[in-house]
Design a protein. Sequence first.
Length: 109
Amino acid sequence: MCQSGDATVFFAPDSERIREREKREALAKRVCEECPVRQQCLEHALALPEQFGIWGGLTEMERAEEARRRRGAATTGRAPVVVPIRIGSQRDRGFADAQAAREGTEVAA
Ligand code: SF4
């Protein structure tokens, strides 16, 4: 979907202010939420890894966190709890964390 619209919203311009970045990222994430290939896009970005921009609805920092979480799950040998990502939803993340705590596992996505 990003390829049919304004792709600049997915990448930070030079010297972007925090408020501008927050608005731009929120807009990009709304596009990603509706994207039919969001999960594949995210997996691609994590596999390369893509260094910049929003991919699969996650920012660079969010993808780095996701990669760390997955590596952690791999080293513990426990299967990660995979939950659908609802972008920006703290409530869903809370459910996933609670489920992982009950099962003694970690949240992967
Ligand atoms: S999920 Fe990926 S392909 Fe889809 S709109 Fe977002 S960045 Fe573009």
